[in-house]
Design a protein around this ligand. Structure first.
Ligand SMILES: [Mg+2]
Length: 393
């Protein structure tokens, strides 16, 4: 798709995201109306699947009303940890096409793929490939809008929803925008739309052709802004998410720990937690810090950089263990009140676990990581230690 200023923007939006994750995880929900949200008296609908939407249920609706409209639906409490995990898989697909992506929420992002066209093909091809990879990796469908700016891309992702793709060609912006109700313009809501209606402006096309002086009554000093939107103009850049600077995990104990085994078991759990989060976000860490507070509230930190950046549980654990044991050598039986692991110097894991020249040891550690990750996925939040600890000794 050629465009006016060399920009090609995708808006990727997962279809009925929370409800789709629930349906994927629980096949007994197939074909049923599914409503995810707060189940209490004051609960609000987070997401309704398409079956439930047929009954008029939509997000942000009070749950009490959703129950009246669609009493036969399956009502589910949200599982944010699970949605974050699926979201990480979705965003890992974006990273394969461009570093320039901006997440709007767990299930929605803008991608600037202007520089990716040379490598991966035209925007519509990239959009379809992203949809295909999301589906094969998560089992879920996404809809994509393609345009030369964010505003149009966002509107376009709705056109073929669910499970569709739509391209706004630069030469057909008017055709695309003019018939839309003015409410589709960002910033025109419940307050402004009635004022526009009063002066006979119902569609984007009518707004675009109106005299600025007339529009002033309804839009005040934002007239030029809305006229630009009505012409499909939007020059805001895609602003990539800032990467995390550090990841850490620490624990204060009700009863201070003194035994070596208890300390190491705790340390392994923390290494799993931190390394797992690095892997989920496809990051590697350069430096590891162990934080120790004794029962007299003296806090020390010990840091060491790794030979090569890593996100392996065993690599992080071994380094943390060496740092902890050195401290312990100087403070033999001092009870430990707080123990923590943090990593800094984060960078993208470009090889995503397929670096050349891996030693057999690294490959074994990676297999262990995959096992941990799959266990953690199945038992959200729960981590298995102990067995690895014994093997380590
Ligand atoms: Mg969505």
């Amino acid at each position: 798709m050629p465009n006016s200023d060399g920009r090609a923007i995708l808006h990727v939006d997962m279809d009925a995201f929370y409800a789709s994750v629930e349906e994927f995880d629980d096949p007994t929900l197939a074909g049923q109306a599914v409503i995810v949200g707060g189940l209490g008296n004051r609960g609000v609908v987070s997401t309704a699947n398409y079956e439930a939407r047929r009954f008029g249920v939509h997000s942000a609706m009070p749950m009490a009303r959703a129950r009246r409209l669609c009493p036969g639906a399956r009502f589910l409490r949200p599982r944010p940890a699970r949605y974050r995990e699926v979201s990480a898989s979705v965003f890992s697909v974006f990273r394969e096409f461009t570093p320039l992506f901006e997440g709007l929420s767990l299930d929605e992002a803008f991608l600037d793929i202007g520089q990716s066209i040379r490598l991966f093909g035209p925007p519509d091809v990239i959009a379809e490939e992203i949809r295909r990879r999301i589906r094969s990796r998560t089992g879920l469908t996404a809809s994509v809008g393609v345009a030369h700016n964010k505003f149009l891309a966002k509107l376009a992702s709705d056109v073929r929803k669910p499970d569709g793709m739509f391209v706004v060609e630069p030469g057909r912006v008017r055709e695309f925008l003019d018939p839309m109700p003015v409410e589709r313009l960002w910033g025109i809501g419940k307050c402004t739309a009635p004022k526009l209606r009063q002066i006979g402006v119902l569609t984007v096309g009518q707004l675009r052709r109106s005299e600025p002086a007339l529009l002033q009554q309804a839009l005040g000093n934002r007239v030029q802004h809305f006229l630009r939107l009505a012409r499909g103009e939007d020059d805001r850049p895609v602003q990539p998410d800032r990467p995390d600077k550090s990841i850490s995990n620490e624990q204060t104990f009700e009863v201070s720990l003194t035994s070596r085994d208890a300390l190491l078991a705790e340390l392994l759990g923390q290494a799993e937690n931190v390394a797992g989060r690095l892997r989920t976000r496809q990051l590697l860490a350069r430096t590891l810090t162990v934080k120790i507070r004794d029962d007299r509230f003296r806090t020390v930190t010990r840091s060491k950089s790794m030979v090569a950046p890593s996100n392996s549980t065993l690599t992080l654990y071994r380094l943390a263990r060496a740092l902890l044991m050195r401290w312990r050598g100087e403070h033999s039986a001092t009870p430990v009140r707080l123990l923590g692991i943090g990593v800094t110097g984060l960078e993208g894991d470009e090889g995503a676990g397929h670096l050349a020249g891996d030693s057999a040891d690294d490959n074994a550690a990676r297999r262990v990581d995959r096992v941990f990750d799959s266990i953690n996925r199945r038992y959200a939040g729960g981590v298995v230690h102990g067995k690895t600890l014994k093997r380590e000794k």
